[in-house]
Design a protein around this ligand. Structure first.
Ligand code: SF4
Length: 451
């Protein structure tokens, strides 16, 4: 965010708090007082990293914040963001959402630096343009950005300028808002709501919005490309109270449940969501079928998303802490269990077993997205194909593995229709295998840490 006479770090803190669901490994804020950039970041949740004392020491009216969910580089302090690069009397700080697909090529081009993430490599490439060609931040970005391939939504700042960037495919969202004479960019509109800021517009794929003393202006540094917004933003990533391409995410998820009910009805007594991500689709399914909705699983509100934590051991442990079935609701019932997706399947299998132990007589599993069969290279850490339950398995085989009476996934056409924005180009690679860019055939998220 950029304004005048504002406590930018405090406002950014509240924005990060609203976007905590996008990453829980580390949190950070960089702030400029017009002359110097200060960066404070640490491992943990936003509320664990920042307190009044820390924020009081981060004075200035230009700030960038980040919460990390790692897709390149391990979960450690050195890889937390914003990435900062000192440049004489200036400096740049960069926050990145997404994942590059040409990290190895970029590492070769940037030369020998101690980078362990794609985000550091991007920062280095921008800094090189600034130092070697004596360019300002806007000019350096316009030159460096076309070197990057894959998914990169960026918030970048120097001591005086804030820049928001969406890669030419626009895999990840970014919006522009205003709060008096302060300009705000954020991944989701919910962050604007929490600040009391007014939504101005989505930043377009391939657009770079530069915010300086004159306010915002747009630059388009990339060759034109097809828009490929991540379809999983609608299914899973985004907050239900966010608006994306004019559509409220909660309403879209309800639509998904209604489409699923039409496509795969079940003879059952109750519809139970897997909270929280399965709730709107279960509501839609219940409304469309007339089967009563029941909160048969209770979520501990203070445990984060199990799926987003990288280590398998943490995920296995996480499900038991997170969800508790209620026998009073489930015993003797034929249950339609609704979730938004199945990636690895281990969590779902445990969940099914817990619902069965609570007394359900039949479990009909309904998933409000198609089978997740291909790894994501654009910002979702799903590992390789061997970790994906649906890769190479038929629906009947998956049903058998999960031990449910019936299983159905929402078809891709129904999912896109449910978004209400079918004209928007979507990335569907993890569901269809159709990758919109070249993807790496070698290497993994630790590529730079081994080199
Ligand atoms: S592969 Fe799937 S999760 Fe990754 S960007 Fe594409 S739609 Fe989203």
């Amino acid at each position: 965010m950029r304004g005048s006479d504002i406590e930018a770090s405090r406002l950014t803190y509240f924005g990060l708090f609203a976007l905590q669901h996008r990453g829980q490994e580390s949190a950070g804020i960089s702030v400029s007082d017009g002359e110097n950039i200060m960066v404070y970041k640490d491992m943990g949740l936003v509320a664990q990293v920042f307190d009044e004392t820390v924020l009081a020491g981060l004075g200035g009216d230009l700030a960038v914040g980040h919460t990390r969910y790692s897709t390149t580089g391990s979960n450690r302090w050195e890889n937390s963001q914003p990435v900062f690069r000192h440049l004489g009397s200036n400096g740049i700080a960069l926050a990145h959402n997404g994942n590059l697909t040409n990290t190895a090529t970029l590492a070769g081009r940037v030369g020998p630096v101690a980078a362990t993430t794609d985000s550091e490599l991007m920062t280095e490439a921008i800094a090189l343009e600034m130092t070697e060609h004596n360019l300002n931040l806007e000019e350096a970005l316009a030159t460096a950005l076309p070197l990057f391939e894959g998914a990169f939504t960026l918030a970048v700042m120097d001591t005086s300028t804030l820049v928001g960037v969406r890669d030419p495919h626009g895999f990840r969202p970014l919006c522009l808002g205003s709060l008096g004479d302060t300009w705000v960019i954020a991944s989701e509109t919910a962050a604007l709501d929490i600040l009391g800021a007014t939504f101005v517009r989505q930043i377009a794929p391939g657009e770079m919005v530069v915010i300086d003393d004159e306010g915002p202006h747009s630059v388009f540094p990339f060759a034109e490309a097809e828009s490929q917004l991540c379809l999983f933003e609608f299914v899973y990533f985004a907050r239900p109270d966010s608006t994306l391409y004019g559509q409220n995410i909660h309403a879209v998820r309800r639509n998904m449940g209604e489409h699923l009910a039409e496509q795969a009805p079940a003879d059952a007594d109750i519809v139970v969501p897997v909270p929280e991500s399965g709730i709107p689709a279960a509501q839609g399914y219940a409304a469309a079928t007339g089967i009563p909705y029941s909160d048969g699983l209770v979520k501990n509100r203070y445990v984060g998303r199990t799926f987003i934590q990288p280590a398998q051991s943490m995920r296995d442990h996480g499900i038991r802490m997170k969800l508790n079935p209620m026998p009073g609701e489930l015993a003797g019932q034929r249950v339609v269990l609704v979730d938004d997706s199945i990636v690895r399947g281990s969590t779902t299998r445990q969940l099914v077993s817990m619902v069965r132990e609570a007394g359900a007589t039949e479990i009909h599993l309904r998933i409000s997205s198609p089978p997740y069969r291909w790894p994501c290279f654009y910002g979702m850490d799903t590992g390789d194909r061997s970790t994906l339950l649906a890769a190479g398995r038929s629906i009947a085989e998956i049903q058998k593995f999960l031990e449910v009476e019936s299983l159905a996934y929402l078809e891709l056409e129904g999912l896109i229709d449910a978004t209400g924005t079918a004209a928007t180009g979507f990335c569907t690679a993890c569901l269809s295998g159709a990758y919109p860019t070249e993807v790496p055939t070698t290497g993994d998220k630790y590529l730079l840490e081994r080199s």
